[in-house]
Design a protein around this ligand. Sequence first.
Ligand SMILES: [Zn+2]
Length: 100
Amino acid sequence: MAALKTVALHEAAHAVVARVLGQPVKLASLDSVLTRHRRGDSKAHRQQAIVALAGPAAEDRLCRHTREERAQLWATVWRIDLANAVGHVDATGGGANLVA
Ligand SMILES: [Zn+2]
């Protein structure tokens, strides 16, 4: 149950932050959150980077992970969020080589 609560909070954070930033949420589930943003728009890409990091940030706040746990999560289950955030930052013309 605790794991399900953590996943729900993680995905809800993506959805809530997207809505706060004015991005329509197409789908929110325990598997993912899909938003709609304007492609090629730097502001939208910056916002999407924030949305991508909102899930891990909320989860970390709830679970109070140790530094080691956080490092493990970034390398595994949070990796797709990190990759999405970097991809959106790259799309603005900055951020290449942020993650080795
Ligand atoms: Zn996520």
